[in-house]
Design a protein around this ligand. Structure first.
Ligand SMILES: *[C@@H]1O[C@H](CO)[C@@H](O)[C@H](O)[C@H]1NC(C)=O
Ligand SMILES: *[C@@H]1O[C@H](CO)[C@@H](O)[C@H](O)[C@H]1NC(C)=O
Ligand SMILES: *[C@@H]1O[C@H](CO)[C@@H](O)[C@H](O)[C@H]1NC(C)=O
Ligand SMILES: *[C@@H]1O[C@H](CO)[C@@H](O)[C@H](O)[C@H]1NC(C)=O
Ligand SMILES: *[C@@H]1O[C@H](CO)[C@@H](O)[C@H](O)[C@H]1NC(C)=O
Length: 373
C-alpha cells in the first residue's frame, strides 16, 4: 500500500512540476529531460522554448523532434551544456534517413561531417566481405556506405553509385580505407543559437526574460528561474512525499514492533525467524533484498559493438553510473523490462535490490523465488 501511495505521489509531483512555469518535463519517467531551449508541445507553455526547438511525445511516450524537411526523429539524448542532441530513427534505418536528410529550416547542424558514397552491389559479391546496410538490402541487392574513394573505385565495375553525400556523423573516421559502415550510430546534431553555454556552465538556467520578450536571459537570482522554482518544488516534495513516507515508515515500525519475531524477543534462531517471515507476510517477495549471483548471472549480457546500440528502451548513458556507454563495454539486460546498464553497475545493485533501478519492475517470480531461500 505504501509503495503504491508513494508512486502515486511521485506521479502527481511530476504533473505539478510540468504545470509550473518552465520547469523540466519528460514524455515518460526516465526519458530525456526537456527544458529551454526545448519544450514539449502541450506540456510546457510556448515561451518556455525557443522557436524551432519544439518537441512532442508520440503514442509510445517517446520524445519526438520534427525536422521541417526530413520528418520525425526520436530523441535519444540532449546535452544542454555542449548543445548537442542525439537522434535516432524509429524504424532503425538511420541510413535511409541520412540519404534524404535536409536540415535547412531547422536550427540544427551536423557536428562532424564525412563524405559517404552509397553503393548498390550484388549481394553475392559483397556478402560477408563488407558491412552492409541491412535495412536497405535484400537477397539480390546490398547497399554499402563508404568514405573510402579507393573502395568506390575498386567496386565501380560491379556496383552502382547511388549517391555521394556529406553526412553528419558522431565521429569522423580518418583511417578507414576499404571499410564500409552500416551508419547505425545516432545522428548527432548541434545548435549555435540560442547560445546558453555560458549560462549552463555556471549551473544556471537559460530562458526568455518575460512572457512576451524574445530576449534570452540567464536565471540564477532567487526572483526567477531555477532556484525559485527548485525551492518551490522542493517544498512540494517535502509536503507530498516526506509526510506520507514518515507515516508509512512509522506504520512499518509499529507493525515490526508488534510482530512476534521482533529481533529483541527472538534473536537466537535465525533460520526459524526466516520461516516465520515467510509465514507472516502475505507477500514474501517484498522481503527479498537482493538477488543471488546465479540469478544475476542468468540475465543476458551483451558486449557493445562499434555502434554502441542497445536493445529496447535504452539511452546512451548508464542510469546507475551516469557515464556514456562505450564500445566493447559489457552491459546486462534486465529480462522483464529490457533496461540495460553496465554489468558492473547493475550487478552491484541487484545484489542489494531485486528490482530494475529504472522502472522498479521485478524479475519474474521464478527469478525471485529461486533467490528467496
Ligand atoms: C502510433 O502511431 C503510429 C503512427 O504515428 C501508428 O502507426 C501506430 O499504429 C500507433 N500505435 C498505437 C499503439 O496507437
Ligand atoms: C532542402 O529543402 C529546401 C526546401 O524544400 C530546398 O530549398 C533545398 O534545396 C533542400 N536542400 C538540399 C540540399 O536538398
Ligand atoms: C567532401 O567532398 C567535397 C566535394 O564533393 C569536398 O569539397 C569536401 O572537402 C569533402 N569533405 C570531406 C570532409 O572530405
Ligand atoms: C531488391 O531490391 C532491388 C532494389 O531495391 C529491387 O529492384 C529488387 O526487385 C529487390 N529484389 C527482391 C528479391 O526483393
Ligand atoms: C503570458 O502570455 C499568455 C499568452 O501568450 C497569456 O495567456 C498569459 O496570461 C501571460 N502570462 C502572464 C503572466 O503575463
Amino acid at each position: 500500500m505504501c509503495i503504491l501511495e508513494v508512486l502515486f505521489l511521485i506521479k502527481l509531483l511530476h504533473f505539478i512540476n510540468a504545470a509550473a512555469d518552465c520547469s523540466i518535463s519528460t514524455c515518460s519517467i526516465g526519458d530525456v529531460p526537456v527544458r529551454f531551449p526545448f519544450r514539449i508541445e502541450g506540456q510546457q507553455p510556448r515561451n518556455c522554448g525557443y522557436p524551432g526547438f519544439d518537441l512532442s511525445c508520440n503514442n509510445q511516450s517517446s520524445t519526438v523532434l520534427k525536422l521541417p524537411h526530413s520528418g520525425d526523429f526520436l530523441v535519444r539524448d540532449i546535452n544542454y551544456l555542449t548543445q548537442q542532441i542525439q537522434l535516432y530513427d524509429s524504424d532503425n534505418c538511420l541510413a535511409k534517413r541520412l540519404l534524404q536528410l535536409n536540415l535547412s529550416g531547422s536550427p540544427f547542424l551536423g557536428f562532424f561531417h564525412q563524405n559517404y558514397t552509397f553503393l548498390s552491389c550484388p549481394t553475392q559479391l559483397v556478402k560477408s566481405r563488407f558491412t552492409t546496410i541491412n535495412c536497405l538490402s535484400n537477397s539480390t541487392i546490398s547497399v554499402l556506405a563508404t568514405s573510402s574513394l579507393n573502395l568506390v573505385n575498386e567496386m565501380s565495375s560491379s556496383c552502382d553509385v547511388i549517391s555521394t553525400l556529406k553526412i553528419p556523423v558522431s565521429w569522423p573516421v580518418k583511417y578507414n580505407e576499404g571499410f564500409t559502415s552500416d551508419l547505425s550510430e545516432n545522428l548527432l546534431l548541434t545548435w549555435f543559437s540560442p547560445d546558453c553555454n555560458k549560462c549552463e556552465t555556471q549551473g544556471s538556467m537559460c530562458g526568455f526574460h518575460g512572457n512576451a520578450s524574445q530576449e534570452i536571459g540567464c536565471f540564477y537570482d532567487s526572483k526567477k528561474g531555477k532556484s525559485a522554482s527548485d525551492l518551490r518544488v522542493f517544498g512540494i516534495f517535502i509536503l507530498l512525499i516526506g509526510i506520507p513516507v514518515l507515516v508509512c515508515a512509522s506504520g512499518i515500525a509499529i507493525s515490526l514492533y508488534l510482530m512476534p519475531w521482533h529481533p529483541r524477543t527472538n534473536e537466537a534462531n535465525a533460520t526459524q525467524r526466516n520461516s516465520t517471515i515467510a509465514a507472516v507476510s502475505p507477500q514474501p517477495t517484498i522481503l527479498v533484498l537482493g538477488l543471488d549471483e546465479s540469478t544475476i548471472e542468468s540475465f543476458d549480457k551483451l558486449v557493445l559493438g562499434e555502434s554502441k546500440r542497445l536493445p529496447g528502451p535504452n539511452g546512451s548513458t548508464c542510469a546507475i553510473c551516469l557515464s556514456e556507454y562505450n564500445s566493447k563495454e559489457t552491459v546486462r539486460i534486465i529480462p522483464e523490462c529490457k533496461h540495460c546498464f553496465h554489468a558492473d553497475c547493475v550487478d552491484e545493485w541487484l545484489r542489494m535490490n531485486s528490482t530494475c533501478p529504472v522502472c522498479r519492475k521485478s524479475p519474474s517470480p521464478a527469478h525471485v523465488r529461486s533467490s528467496n531461500i
